[in-house]
Design a protein around this ligand. Structure first.
Ligand code: 13P
Length: 252
């Protein structure tokens, strides 16, 4: 059985006090939930990671980073390395989010380096990708997604995929309130699984968790998660409220 995952990407939200409160609230609200085979993840901003890790100790919450630099160390002002993340107990990093691609110039080539660096450092990766609205309108969404995956991930060895979770996030659905329909999500997730089967075989394809992200809310989570190739969600806005995030976890 594939691991189910509900991950909250907090983006650039929540100061230290808000971070502490939100972790405390989620901790309490999920304590009694049956979460076998299910990971609950939150990704606060860098400055609050250390505190979040401490506050999530001995709970079912995993704290992960939203990004990292590919270099080991050195003159990269404002950046954070894999080693720094590991030194505070971070075990997983989100890479390739569309906001990193759009606003910070992260290309497929850079992302391939970041993924390699994360794997070399034994970090898990939640790898994000997805097409723009114009790609979908021009019916190029499958080829765009295929290219993103090939360029950033297909240099890896089969065994590396134990550490990788995929997150399909159509850019037109992020923060817009417009969600991909459960059918659209399923169609793309099945396509992605097919690509992995072709490249790495049935084992990798059937084991890899594929999350959907883009305006997931309590009202639509259950239907999206009910699709056979959707193994959970990467949640933005709705991950910032204890009740909403908990409702989405219950949906899985
Ligand atoms: P929203 O859930 O706010 O659309 O954001 C999705 C996302 O980008 C998660 O990484």
């Amino acid at each position: 059985m594939r691991t189910k995952i509900v991950a909250g990407n907090w983006k650039m939200n929540n100061n230290l006090d808000e971070t502490k409160k939100l972790i405390k609230g989620i901790r309490k609200s999920i304590k009694k939930l049956p979460l076998e085979n299910t990971r609950v993840i939150v990704a606060p901003t860098f400055v609050n990671l250390n505190s979040a890790v401490k506050r999530a100790k001995k709970s079912k919450i995993e704290v992960v980073a939203q990004n990292m630099h590919q270099a080991k160390n050195g003159a990269f002002t404002g950046e954070v390395s894999a080693d720094m993340l590991k030194s505070i107990g971070i075990k997983t990093v989100i890479l390739g989010h569309s906001e990193r691609r759009t606003y910070f110039g992260e290309t497929d080539a850079i992302l391939a380096e970041k993924v390699t660096s994360a794997i070399e450092n034994k970090l898990g990766v939640i790898f994000c990708f997805g097409e723009l609205l114009e790609d979908r309108k021009s019916d190029n969404h499958f080829s765009v997604v295929e290219n993103q995956l090939k360029k950033a991930l297909f240099h890896l060895e089969e065994k590396n995929f134990k550490k990788i979770v995929l997150a399909y996030e159509p850019v037109w659905a992020i923060g817009t309130g417009e969600t991909a329909s459960p059918e659209q999500a399923q169609e793309m997730h099945a396509f992605i699984r097919g690509l992995f089967e072709k490249q790495y075989g049935k084992g990798v394809a059937s084991r890899i968790s594929i999350l959907y992200g883009g305006s997931v809310k309590p009202a639509n989570a259950e239907e999206i998660f009910s699709k056979p190739d959707v193994d959970g969600g990467l949640i933005g806005g709705a991950a910032l409220k204890v009740e909403d995030f908990t409702a989405i976890i219950k949906a899985i």
